[in-house]
Design a protein around this ligand. Structure first.
Ligand code: NA7
Length: 532
């Protein structure tokens, strides 16, 4: 079957890209989706307590006033189920489903030089051909299941938070092990702790976490945000992460110690991702960051009664925000419960998984279930899993063996007519993702429209511009605090053998948007456009 465009993935990015390609440009378009429904990340992340850390009134599309105004979020942070309902609502509104095939995972995509087409194959033995191939596979979708000896012998059930089964799983009165304490682990643990017989949390790296302070949204709040549609849409274009909060213009050092504390207390009480923005320099200057890191450490120590456990939970080896910042609802409080234990993997590492549980250096523990909240092969894993072969038989795995090479995070040399939404080299995971997605989808769509207008046969970025872009990301990352985290998935540290390079574009969405717009204005400088 021949199509003008194939989009891989039916999450936030795939749905909007389909609307653009089909309804705005008029291309014959198909979305191929592995799940049996729309949703992407939010289709797979169904674990108990799954919720977005970005506030609901901005974790959504803003491209359509009608869509924005006709949806009413219920809570400050949207639950996974609510986000799924929202995406289904958008899908219905735009009649997208008729151009999506579900239950098909793309296994390979090969660029056929002589035909100037992509040949796309799925695990259900379906083959498609298209001119434009667009990856909307998400940055956090290739799960990381650590290669721990013995997992296949385990007689109980085991699950990864990012591939949660469709059926209901009961943990009631069971002995549960949870490996990993990132955003997902910190969300699932307090929910499990309430019903399980015992919960054992295996922590490799302690994580900073700020209270989410989730709450039901009031009618007044909902009305105000809907009324302020234009303002919100514009605001998301101006803030560095595409969030609805501004960073303070004032340094922490402009205040006396007691005033600083007051400001921090107020931000802590408000909770949420905006905590880091209460001074201008928390994310930029190590001396400012240290004060705030210590503030968080003290807060946790005040919650957790056992001093030894509190120490393990706060023995941070990295500055606040240099790894993915997490929000929590009573996470640290669970360590005051009798049915919750903490294992410090730094001192007591896992040796193997046995038939009945987990053997660590110091003990052998029995479990009914194991939960892997161990994150993802972030940003590159999902794209590499597509097994792309570009011009002259060049494999993406090989081309990216020393790290991802993209221009603007959008296109890759040697892989003509292949676009990436929210991929490596773009701000992606450092932003409120739907805000970045809208910018990408609109930029890519405008580009494709232009290519069609000028009669382009194939397009790919130039090597020189790509090298410059990769260097620019390196330079910006080295200047930032991000590199002070020894171990972070932002730079590939969580996956054995993955190149250790900072992956997302770290200078914020407005600056990135400006660069992309400039390239567009200069008639796509940096790209080789071959005409018919
Ligand atoms: P994260 O943020 O990558 O967290 C994964 C956690 O799992 C983290 O605590 C890791 O420790 C830990 N981990 C990873 N591999 C291992 C092994 N082999 N042994 C023990 N512990 C391990 O993933 P999340 O799903 O929580 O969050 C990702 C994003 O997805 C989130 O921000 C949301 O946007 C959705 P480490 O810190 O690497 O030492």
């Amino acid at each position: 079957m021949y199509l003008d465009a194939i989009i891989i993935g039916a999450g936030f990015s795939g749905l909007y890209q389909l609307h653009q390609c089909r309804d705005q440009i008029g291309l014959k378009t198909l979305v191929i989706e592995e799940g049996k429904e729309v949703g992407g990340t939010w289709y797979w992340n169904k674990y108990p307590g799954s919720r977005c850390d970005t506030e609901s009134h901005i974790y959504c599309y803003t491209f359509s006033k009608e869509i924005y105004k006709n949806w009413k979020w219920k809570e400050r942070y949207p639950k996974q189920k609510e986000i799924l309902r929202y995406l289904k609502y958008v899908e219905k509104k735009l009649s997208l489903k008729r151009d999506i095939i579900f239950n098909n995972r793309v296994n390979s995509a090969v660029y056929l030089d002589e035909k100037n087409l992509w040949r796309v194959k799925t695990n259900k033995n379906k083959t498609f051909y298209c001119k434009y191939l667009i990856s909307a596979v998400g940055s956090l979708s290739a799960t990381n299941i650590p290669n721990i000896r013995g997992l296949k012998n385990f007689k109980g059930g085991w699950y990864h938070t990012g591939r949660w089964p469709n059926k209901k799983i009961s943990f009631k009165n069971q002995k549960v092990a949870q490996i990993g304490t990132g955003s997902s682990g910190i969300q699932i643990a307090p929910v499990l702790a309430k019903s399980v017989k015992s919960l054992t949390v295996f922590q490799r790296t302690p994580n900073y976490s700020v209270p989410a302070r989730n709450k039901k949204l009031t009618k007044t709040f909902i009305k105000n945000t809907l009324d302020k549609y234009n303002y919100i849409k514009n605001l998301l274009k101006k803030t560095p992460g595409g969030h609805a909060f501004h960073f303070s213009k004032k340094s922490i050092f402009e205040f006396t110690e007691s005033k600083r504390l007051k400001i921090l207390e107020k931000a802590w009480l408000n909770g949420g991702l905006s905590f880091r923005a209460c001074f201008s320099d928390i994310t930029k200057k190590i001396s400012a960051n240290k004060i705030v890191s210590n503030f968080i450490r003290d807060k946790i120590k005040r919650i957790v009664k056992d001093r030894h456990i509190a120490k393990i939970l706060t023995d941070f080896g990295h500055p606040f925000t240099t790894k993915r910042p997490t929000l929590n609802t009573n996470y640290f409080e669970i360590f005051n419960r009798k049915n919750v234990q903490l294992v410090d993997l730094k001192k007591n590492p896992i040796i193997k998984i046995t038939k009945k549980g987990i053997k660590t250096k110091n003990e052998e523990l029995k479990f009914d279930k194991i939960i892997f909240a161990t994150g993802y092969d972030a940003l590159t894993g999902s794209i590499l899993s597509l097994n792309l072969t570009g011009r002259k038989n060049i494999k993406l795995q090989k081309y990216w063996k020393d790290g991802p090479k993209t221009f603007l995070g959008i296109m890759i040399p040697n892989f003509p007519n292949f676009f990436v939404i929210s991929g490596p080299g773009s701000p992606s995971v450092l932003t409120n993702v739907p805000a970045q997605i809208e910018q990408h989808v609109e930029w890519i769509s405008k580009f494709i429209k232009h290519l069609e207008k000028v009669g382009c046969r194939k397009v790919e970025p130039r090597i020189k511009e790509t090298e410059n872009w990769v260097n620019e990301i390196n330079i910006l990352a080295n200047k930032s605090l991000f590199m002070k985290a020894k171990n972070s998935w932002y730079k590939g540290d969580n996956i054995p053998g993955k190149p250790k390079k900072f992956i997302p574009y770290p200078a914020g969405l407005p600056q990135y948007r400006e660069i992309c717009n400039k390239v567009q204005k200069k008639m796509y400088k940096g790209f080789n456009i071959s005409l018919k």
